[in-house]
Design a binder for this molecule. Structure first.
Ligand code: RFL
Ligand code: PHB
Length: 392
């Protein structure tokens, strides 16, 4: 098989890139190791920045998102049994975010891909990347016991943190930066009405809690947990009890609970790999960087990476210019590091650190007080949360 761009991974970055390239007539094949249902079954991101919303609109895929997504102009910070709203819309000159789950974004992209007849290979085993240091890269894989080879001009490594793409880069040319946090998030999805109209990020002496949602009837909640915890140890009742303890009394009492329909534990990590280009291999999304979910930035960074990559590849084919692909890595990394900083800061502010002690707690309290009392400080939070601008 021959294509222009071989895309490894059918997560948000791979599927978004596929549609962006399709829109400008660049042929791409997406090669995914899991089944489509498995990809859709992963419950992840919930919040889209304006830039990600714009990208879906640009692809002509905004209809369901605008009909079903929930537009939020603020978030709530919970602290010392009270709750205060940060009016992001007022602080950023009208910017908002959209609550529309990653599952739905992925479904819309998969449907669009199928509708335009673009090729996606699911359940590809043993995916390998070859010869991307020259002009004729190849990707090989096995499917149903048969070996396949894809010849291409470029490879886009959109295969997440555990994927094969970053691992295939020449390790001597790769520099990585990492911070692992000493706790995880236990998440529960339930068909219950959300606890509040907007998200609540709660700093509590027992640990962080987050009230989020997928719709008016489906909620997503998280509590900070120990890295040693196992999902099986957490009954639904234990989860709801712990969540309630970490919220202010008004929300805790009014909250509707019900059976969980998904429950999982995610570790928290900040990670950046530099550069994001090796010859004709480009890394995008979680393959190149991970942020802790506190800032809701992971999916949004994946979207900004592939936007830059699609532009670079379009310039390559349409204008015979390599300027865009040459600038790709630096351009992405400037935005990535700002989101890494924000996600690290917000994580540090809101979680209980095992070695933080009473001093750490007092500093957090002072900072949250400052944040809520100072327009300058709350504006800094708001402009990062709604998404920093893209470079033109
Ligand atoms: P993905 O989604 O991991 O997709 C990579 C795909 O590649 C496939 N793959 C391979 N395919 C072929 N060959 C191989 N060898 C392969 N190895 C892997 C995988 O099966 C998969 O289908 O990466 P991508 O596309 O870069 O997208 C990144 C986002 O998924 C991620 O950043 C977000 O989910 C992070 N995130 C959030 N981001 C936000 O912007 N807003 C949020 O509110 C938000 N909340 C979250 C989150 C992530 C969470 N978890 C579980 C880590 C909440 C949580 C709890
Ligand atoms: C979610 O709804 O899953 C979600 C929302 C906001 C975050 C992280 C996760 O910061």
């Amino acid at each position: 098989m021959r294509t222009q761009v071989a895309i490894i991974g059918a997560g948000p970055s791979g599927l978004l890139l596929g549609q962006l390239l399709h829109q400008v007539g660049i042929d791409a094949v997406v090669i995914e190791q899991r089944s489509g249902d498995y990809v859709l079954g992963r419950i992840r991101a919930g919040v889209l920045e304006q830039g990600t919303i714009d990208l879906m609109d640009q692809l002509g895929l905004g209809e369901r998102m605008h009909a079903e997504g929930l537009v939020h102009g603020g978030i709530n910070l919970g602290f010392r049994n009270t709750r205060q709203r940060i009016d992001m819309q007022a602080l950023t000159g009208g910017k908002q975010v959209m609550v529309y789950g990653q599952t739905e974004v992925t479904r819309d992209l998969m449907d669009a891909r199928a509708a335009c007849g673009a090729k996606t290979v699911y359940q590809a085993q043993n995916v390998r990347l070859h010869d991307f240091d020259g002009a004729r890269p190849r990707v090989t894989y096995t499917k149903d016991g048969v070996n396949h080879e894809v010849e291409c001009d470029f490879i886009a490594g959109c295969d997440g943190y555990h994927g094969v793409s970053r691992a295939s880069a020449p390790q001597a040319a790769l520099r990585t930066y990492e911070k692992v946090y000493p706790f995880g998030w236990l998440g529960v999805l339930s068909d219950t009405p959300p606890a509040a109209h907007e998200l609540i990020y709660s700093n509590h002496e027992r640990g962080f809690a987050l009230c989020s949602m997928r719709s008016e009837t489906r909620s997503r909640y998280y509590v900070q947990c120990s890295l040693d915890d196992k999902v099986e140890q957490w009954s639904d009742q234990a989860f709801w009890d712990e969540l309630r303890r970490r919220l202010d009394p008004a929300v805790a009492e009014a909250m509707v609970t019900g059976p969980s329909i998904e429950k999982s534990i995610a570790p928290l990590r900040s990670f950046v790999a530099e550069p994001m280009r090796f010859g004709r291999l480009f890394l995008a999304g979680d393959a190149a960087h991970i942020v802790p979910p506190t800032g809701a930035k992971g999916l949004n960074l994946a979207a900004s990476d592939v936007r830059y990559l699609a532009r670079g590849l379009t310039e390559f084919y349409a204008d015979k210019s390599e300027a865009g692909i040459d600038a790709y890595s630096d351009r992405c990394l400037r935005r990535v590091w700002k989101a890494v900083r924000f996600s690290w800061w917000f994580t540090s502010l809101m979680h209980k650190f095992p070695d933080g002690g009473e001093f750490g707690q007092k500093i957090q309290e002072a900072e949250i007080g400052y944040l809520l009392g100072s327009t300058a400080a709350s504006t800094a939070l708001a402009e990062n949360y709604v998404g920093l601008p893209y470079e033109v």
